[in-house]
Design a protein around this ligand. Structure first.
Ligand code: 5GP
Length: 178
């Protein structure tokens, strides 16, 4: 398998994850319980590396969603569907959604509405990547790793048809390889 062009290298990712963890440790220093809600599957590596650096009391939950239709097709409405819910009650907890990438923003709007209805004490978003050129929805990102251009990225949890997900860095997948 030929090497893909690196967009964000391993060292840069790890350094930024460390900085985000510092910010989160400080922001939640007085928390009784922080619940990280990782959005499957894309966030699993980011969440793992981030959580290893947290010093505040925290739990890990996962949620899975999927969007209707192919994202490039006309049926792609932006509608999001819940595939797997979290396992425990979130009422009264400080909830931090951990996402791989914010693209159009529809997934995050859906998730914030869904989780807000569970009455958390607070609800924030931490995402590794953001593509502002494609974002249609009004999303507030409290903790952001990197802003990237409008290219398809893989690696560090992100896939293309389940491929390239476990690369330790973020690469750009050229159109001729899709
Ligand atoms: P949104 O609802 O913000 O448009 O989409 C978010 C989801 O789309 C992400 O969680 C991710 O699964 C997928 N996505 C968006 N852009 C990319 C990309 O460049 N690469 C990969 N692998 N997934 C992406």
């Amino acid at each position: 398998m030929a090497d893909l062009p690196t967009l964000i290298g391993e060292t840069d990712i790890q350094q930024r994850v460390g900085e985000l963890a510092d910010e989160i440790n400080e922001a939640y220093a007085d928390t009784d319980l922080l619940v990280l809600v990782g959005v499957l599957k894309g966030s699993f590596m980011f969440l793992s590396d981030l959580a290893k650096r947290l010093r505040v009391p925290h739990r890990v939950e996962f949620i899975a969603v999927s969007s209707y239709g192919d994202r490039e097709s006309e049926e792609h409405t932006g509608a999001v569907r819940l595939i797997m819910d979290v396992r425990h009650d979130l009422a009264g907890a400080d909830v931090l959604i951990v996402e791989d990438i914010v693209d159009t923003g529809h997934t995050i709007v859906y998730l914030k509405e869904l989780l807000q209805a569970r009455h958390p004490k607070s609800l924030r978003l931490c995402t590794l990547l953001h593509k502002p050129d494609r974002t249609e929805a009004d999303v507030e990102i409290e903790y952001l790793g990197f802003t990237i251009p409008d290219v398809w990225v893989v690696g560090f949890g992100l896939d293309y048809a389940e491929r390239h997900r476990t690369l330790p860095y973020v690469a750009e997948l050229p159109p001729d390889q899709r």
